[in-house]
Design a binder for this molecule. Structure first.
Ligand code: CTP
Ligand code: MG
Length: 227
């Protein structure tokens, strides 16, 4: 395929603290990773590269094959690194030669709808170098200095970034080659390398499972059969 999706799932999940690496925590009978991959395989045809903890490669391959069904030949599993950025870099090395568009997705955003993958791929295919799904900020935000509020922040000028983030393959590879610092997401890394980044609409269901409250929310949504 022309598209690859790197699903980063190599984190430990310290904030979730659920007794297992986060991607392998269950939402129902199925893990966070398995749910995330269901959304990925329901999106545009793509090579799917799962980046997993080194001691969980077999579990990750099982989840990938179960989620892939007939598409199992498109699934690849590689070991991750000590940071998210190192894990993405490891995934990037496994992208097949014919791929032109690379998406990077957090397994922790397990309920991301397939339509978001479609939107991101479509925007890159239409000519954008780098595309992220984003949502308007709903909270009233303040700039602070310790306990003191120093300024109001215009939330209309802000957006909350999600994944999958999509890139022209050559641009993402260049940005990773020249990266000299740790960035919180791939869009920041690509922007630091001098490339423009654009948004497409995100989705409320793409929230990242980070805390126990997020896990409860995801389990409730799966239980009520929304995704
Ligand atoms: N990730 C990764 N490799 C790492 C760190 C993170 O592949 N070394 C992945 C996680 O598996 C997750 C995504 O990046 O799908 C977003 O990271 P985060 O939500 O912070 O997950 P964890 O790092 O596992 O959680 P925590 O920070 O609470 O330990
Ligand atoms: Mg983390």
């Amino acid at each position: 395929p022309r598209v690859a999706v790197i699903v980063v799932a190599a984190g430990s999940g310290q904030r979730l603290d659920a007794g297992a690496p986060k991607a392998f925590v269950g939402l129902d009978a199925h893990s966070i990773l398995r749910h995330a991959l269901r959304g990925v395989f329901a999106g545009p045809p793509a090579q799917v590269i799962v980046v997993a903890p080194a001691d969980r490669l077999g579990d990750a391959l099982t989840d990938a094959h179960e989620a892939a069904g007939d598409l199992r030949d498109l699934a690849v599993v590689v070991p991750g690194g000590h940071t998210r950025q190192a894990s993405v870099a490891a995934g990037l090395k496994a992208v097949w030669p014919d791929v032109e568009i690379v998406l990077v997705h957090d397994a922790a955003r397990a309920l991301t709808p397939p339509a978001v993958f479609e939107r991101v791929v479509a925007a890159v295919a239409a000519g954008r170098d780098a595309v992220i799904p984003a949502l308007p900020v709903v909270d009233t935000l303040k700039r602070v200095d310790g306990p003191a509020v120093t300024a109001a922040v215009d939330r209309a000028a802000l957006a909350a970034a999600q994944t999958p983030q999509g890139f022209r393959r050559d641009i993402l590879e260049t940005a990773y080659r020249v990266a000299s610092a740790e960035h919180t997401d791939d869009a920041a890394l690509v922007q630091a390398a001098g490339f423009p980044v654009f948004t497409v609409p995100g989705d409320e269901l793409s929230f990242k499972i980070t805390t126990p409250a997020d896990l409860d929310r995801a389990r409730g949504l799966v239980g009520s059969a929304v995704p």
